[in-house]
Design a protein around this ligand. Structure first.
Ligand SMILES: [Fe+2]
Length: 196
């Protein structure tokens, strides 16, 4: 029953639906959703609730919400200390990535080859930003990046313009050591209701 949903999440969903209903394109929606996510990840009740969330090790996401009208999705990831993230893109999805607990670093990469050789990709590290609770990154479609865990357990909330994962859209995966690019589905989606 939706009345049992954690009130701060209910409010966040309501705010996002308003943004989606009043903006037509995903870039504008995501830019307007960014300050809302910045506020959401500072909610003390959400942070307290997240202490019990299960680890998403093994390429998983907690699936907190899928909007029935606008198709945007709210996910969570719970990383173990020292988690090494692999380099990937999100295909055509727009993604907001907001830290709720712990610290993580976001590495962004530039592609320096022309993209014409199938399976081949040359990358250059463009920037690394480390953040803690309240930091939100906007990751545009096909932007190449990696999320790296910190010294402690970390939790992030993700808003996606569309669902990713098994059977949806293939995302790029990159290995700078071998200069290869492969494709695969994103994390396994584990339905997880936040109830009060
Ligand atoms: Fe990502």
């Amino acid at each position: 029953m939706s009345s049992a949903r954690l009130p701060v999440l209910e409010k966040f969903i309501h705010e996002l639906r308003k943004v989606w209903s009043t903006n037509a394109d995903n870039q504008s929606r995501m830019e307007r959703a960014k300050p809302l996510l910045e506020k959401f990840v500072m909610e003390p009740t959400l942070k307290a609730h997240s202490r019990d969330w299960p680890s998403t090790e093994g390429h998983k996401n907690l699936l907190l919400y899928v909007d029935p009208d606008y198709d945007f999705v709210i996910n969570a990831v719970v990383r173990v200390p020292g988690r090494k993230g692999s380099i990937h893109d999100h295909a055509n999805a727009w993604v907001l990535y907001g830290l709720l607990d712990g610290t993580e670093s976001l590495e962004r990469y530039d592609r320096i080859d022309d993209g014409k050789r199938p399976g081949y990709a040359e990358l250059k590290l463009a920037s690394v930003t480390t953040g803690s609770q309240g930091k939100v990154d906007l990751v545009p479609p096909r932007s190449i990046h990696a999320e790296q865990g910190g010294d402690t357990r970390s939790v992030a909330i993700i808003v996606r313009s569309r669902k990713l994962g098994e059977g949806t859209v293939l995302q790029g995966r990159y290995d700078p050591a071998t200069k290869t690019r492969t494709e695969g589905y994103g994390p396994t989606q584990v339905p997880y209701e936040l109830v009060a």
